[in-house]
Write a protein that binds this ligand. Structure first.
Ligand SMILES: *[C@@H]1O[C@H](CO)[C@@H](O)[C@H](O)[C@H]1NC(C)=O
Ligand SMILES: *[C@@H]1O[C@H](CO)[C@@H](O)[C@H](O)[C@H]1NC(C)=O
Ligand SMILES: *[C@@H]1O[C@H](CO)[C@@H](O)[C@H](O)[C@H]1NC(C)=O
Ligand SMILES: *[C@@H]1O[C@H](CO)[C@@H](O)[C@H](O)[C@H]1NC(C)=O
Ligand SMILES: *[C@@H]1O[C@H](CO)[C@@H](O)[C@H](O)[C@H]1NC(C)=O
Length: 481
């Protein structure tokens, strides 16, 4: 790796020298480019990923490594950053977060959903993703909080503090430290996107940024948030989950009636009612036989580690006030391939997480984190209100075959928000077909994806990229064929 790094450094010097010698004809844009190259060279080159095992050829650069978020305790968060495929100096910066809590944005977002290199089913090959979101933006994937993926703390007691608040604060510190390393992006238009439990993380981090922006020295140019099948408000999320199971013929009328009669999802602990808790147990039992994240597709049948992934799928802590967490993704088999890949010494070395000898144990989700999660906001609707009032762009999309955070949950949550509708429900199109429906509210856009499960981009990669592009432009989705 040392060799490769040297090559790149000297190459950059040559480029800079050449550019200087033709100074007379450089355009403004070229000058910008030259300055940018210098900036990155001096600060972030140690994070440049080179000779990434199995990587398809690509014209853009990517960077990975640790950012120390707390020096006293030795807390470091792992990120992977892909420059936009074209015009990286002009495109916005987007942070992507997956949920869990305890699941990896690298394992899900970057390598199964929206990153440029998707891990193939053999756990060794990477496939180029023509619908990668770095076509439209500079994409930053963060493994958060500590204990997730490669992220760690040298102070064991930190792990007992993990919850929404701790996570938001570390992610906030991460952004500032990351901007020190990548100063070119400091004043860039910035968006935060994520799915499932990140439905909590994203608004919480956005609120922190918004509040701290009062101090000009801490200013981050946050423009908006984008959420996919997001956990939003526990009571509405639960109601939506059971109503969706009933309306999609997963449970009987009888079970649904019991839930309707006995469950008060707005109470502090709905599970203290045993009848309610048992009936919801019946719902989750049904979902053990199919994929709750994509109710019409086949489940992964393997006899190896896959069975472990499957049992995690509908993990529930019935003693907890929290909703059962999302501990899986679209393809439980694929989770294993990702695990194989990220535990390879050559991969870890290329990503600057290990020297290639002492490898770190990487897993897609950390169950301990999930189980020990301290605090979870019961609803982020008040944060939506605040962000909308501040003029931030808020878009929410929902794959309509997800049983876990179903489209009904999102609709119930949005209805409690009570925003005025500015443009009525109508279909949106992609490649001449109805991709889903959408409705525009004052300050918020809500869109569905027809026939997509929980991790929408896995099912509808091209459509997802189209929505992402509209979101960044702040333009309505195409409502004509
Ligand atoms: C954690 O401890 C290891 C071993 O002492 C050290 O190499 C590493 O830099 C520490 N990490 C942080 C973020 O301080
Ligand atoms: C999972 O998180 C726990 C803390 O909750 C931590 O001790 C453990 O090292 C993590 N596991 C992995 C594989 O990183
Ligand atoms: C949230 O976390 C921050 C930093 O870890 C801490 O200073 C603050 O007191 C915490 N707030 C609550 C309500 O726990
Ligand atoms: C749930 O119960 C209420 C009365 O408690 C009833 O009005 C409503 O129709 C029921 N909903 C369903 C879907 O059964
Ligand atoms: C990784 O996991 C293996 C098996 O669970 C364990 O023996 C090993 O000590 C772990 N390594 C690290 C660096 O945590």
């Amino acid at each position: 790796m040392g060799f490769g790094l040297k090559v790149i450094v000297s190459f950059t010097l040559v480029v800079v020298t050449l550019t200087l010698s033709v100074n007379l004809v450089v355009s403004t844009r070229n000058r910008q480019w030259r300055r940018d190259k210098k900036g990155l060279k001096s600060i972030a080159n140690d994070a440049l990923v080179i000779d990434f095992p199995g990587q398809p050829s690509a014209d853009f650069k990517h960077y990975a490594g640790y950012v120390t978020v707390n020096e006293n305790n030795g807390r470091a968060l792992f990120y992977w950053f892909y420059e936009a495929m074209t015009l990286p100096n002009e495109k916005p910066l987007v942070l992507w977060l997956n949920g869990g809590p305890g699941c990896s944005s690298v394992g899900y977002g970057a390598t199964q959903e929206i990153g440029p290199f998707l891990v193939d089913t053999d756990g060794h090959t990477l496939n180029f993703n023509p619908h990668s979101w770095n076509k439209e933006a500079n994409m930053l994937f963060l493994e958060s909080p500590v204990g997730v993926g490669f992220s760690y703390s040298n102070t064991t007691s930190d792990y007992s503090k993990l919850g929404d608040n701790f996570t938001a604060n570390d992610a906030y510190n991460f952004m500032h430290k990351w901007f020190v390393k990548f100063p070119l992006y400091k004043n860039r238009n910035f968006y935060i996107a994520g799915e499932s439990y990140a439905g909590k993380y994203v608004p919480e981090l956005a609120e922190l940024i918004h509040d701290r922006n009062n101090d000009p020295s801490l200013f981050i140019d946050l423009k908006g948030i984008l959420l996919g099948n997001p956990e939003t408000s526990d009571a509405e999320d639960w109601r939506g989950l059971v109503d969706y199971a009933w309306s999609h013929a997963v449970i009987s009328d009888e079970t649904h009636n019991i839930i309707n009669k006995t469950c008060d999802f707005n109470s502090k602990n709905p599970w203290s009612n045993e009848e309610c808790s048992d009936a919801v147990g019946v719902v989750l039992d049904q979902y053990k036989h199919i994929d709750i994240y994509s109710i019409y597709t086949s489940v992964c049948i393997t006899d190896s580690a896959g069975s472990n992934g499957k049992s995690m799928q509908v993990m529930m802590k019935s003693t907890s006030k929290m909703m059962p967490r999302i501990m899986g993704g679209f393809d439980p088999c694929l989770d294993d391939y990702a695990k194989t890949f990220y535990n390879r010494p050559d991969v870890q070395k290329a990503l600057h997480v290990s020297d290639g000898d002492r490898i770190r144990n990487w897993s897609i989700c950390n169950e301990t984190i999930f189980n020990d999660w301290l605090d979870s906001k019961t609803t982020v609707i008040p944060i939506y209100k605040k962000l909308i009032a501040a003029g931030l762009r808020v878009w929410i999309y929902s794959g309509d075959t997800d049983g876990r955070v179903p489209v009904l949950s999102t609709r119930y949550s949005l209805s409690t928000l009570g925003l005025p509708i500015t443009k009525a429900w109508r279909p949106w199109y992609h490649q001449k077909q109805v991709s889903g429906w959408f409705q525009e509210y004052e300050g918020l856009t809500f869109a569905t994806f027809r026939g997509a499960g929980h991790a929408v981009p896995c099912f509808k990669p091209s459509n997802s990229l189209a929505l992402f592009s509209s979101f960044l432009l702040g333009e309505p989705l195409p409502d004509e064929q």
